[in-house]
Design a protein around this ligand. Structure first.
Ligand code: 6PG
Length: 249
């Protein structure tokens, strides 16, 4: 069963996400000597990245032992305003000490199939056999997509590869994304979801029995043995009496 926690505002939600990251990082570094994290793009995690970069928080994560990956990327160069790499770099990575060789960006400027293959190879090289990401941070769109797993797209059916190029007709664009096999093998997955436009989809993503992933891709995130936590704001969390998810405040 996923844990679902609701917070009055994105500020409290971001504090909780930061706390989960710190705990996961130290557990990973203590047990395995390094912390393997995948970040997402979008607006929701921006305050989290800024918080982690702040003077109060920057020293709480063992950045020297951290490897930074991305859950997905847009097919744009790294300096582009839409680049997920750029978002994390500008808000966080320029302010904390992650060794450059431990920053594993998706090369969105390359031909999408090639970018996916190269990123998958890098991910597997760094992880090695039988390893998993320690924490994957995800958002969810109002259409139910997560990472770049969009409704009705081919990447939803991928059962073997960890990274694919995914054409998204609704956007008229390619994206590079982690697949369910990669996400669901993680030790921990944390969703951050905020805003009233997400309420319907959040209820569907958490519904039991689950909605088909072709319609609600976020519902396909079910770590095989890892922890799944949804951090949501009150605007996204409908009361259970209205058919919304059961949440703890
Ligand atoms: C991206 C993401 C994507 C995001 C959702 C939610 O590249 O945009 O990785 O999956 O998490 O679209 O985005 P918001 O946080 O902006 O609502």
């Amino acid at each position: 069963m996923p844990q679902v926690h609701s917070f009055p505002t994105i500020t409290e939600l971001s504090h909780e996400a930061a706390t989960l990251l710190v705990e996961a990082a130290w557990e990973a570094v203590t047990d395995r000597g390094r912390f393997l994290v995948a970040f997402s793009g979008g607006n929701t995690p921006r305050p989290l990245y800024e918080l982690l970069a702040s003077e109060q928080w920057a020293h709480r994560i063992p950045w020297q032992q951290t490897h930074v990956f991305w859950a997905d990327e847009r097919c744009v160069p790294p300096e582009h305003a839409a680049s997920n790499y750029r978002l994390v770099r500008e808000t966080l990575l320029t302010r904390v000490q992650v060794p450059p060789t431990q920053v594993h960006r998706i090369r969105g400027e390359q031909e999408p199939q090639r970018a996916a293959r190269e990123y998958e190879a890098r991910l597997q090289r760094v992880l090695g056999p039988h390893a998993s990401l320690d924490l994957v941070l995800l958002g969810m769109g109002a259409d139910g997509h997560t990472a770049s797993l969009f409704p009705g797209t081919a990447a939803l059916r991928e059962r073997r590869r960890w990274v694919v190029a995914n054409h998204v007709p609704a956007l008229g664009a390619w994206r590079i994304t982690l697949t369910y096999p990669a996400i669901n093998s993680a030790r921990q997955v944390v969703f951050m979801v905020a805003g009233p436009d997400k309420a319907d989809m959040l209820a569907r993503a958490l519904a039991d029995p689950p909605w088909p992933v072709s319609q609600v891709p976020a519902a396909g995130v079910r770590p095989v043995s890892g922890r799944l936590t949804w951090l949501v704001d009150e605007a996204a969390a409908l009361p259970a009496s209205m058919g919304g998810p059961r949440v703890t405040h």
